[in-house]
Design a protein. Sequence first.
Length: 69
Amino acid sequence: MDGKKIMKMVEEYGEVMVRTASGTTFELHKHNVELDKKTGLIKVDGATEIYWLTPENIDYLWIHKKAVD
């Protein structure tokens, strides 16, 4: 996936869920994610740890449409 497109969705929806090729799921929020323009990596501040995601290794993404099923 393209990092700029992912960041555009985060900006538009406020929160985007992503799943990586390894099966790990991350919640990306406006306040805890940024695109490193130099490396192209997505930096996620997870409060206790920092994660760097390679956009090409993100298999798919989705947004929450409702708070409760």
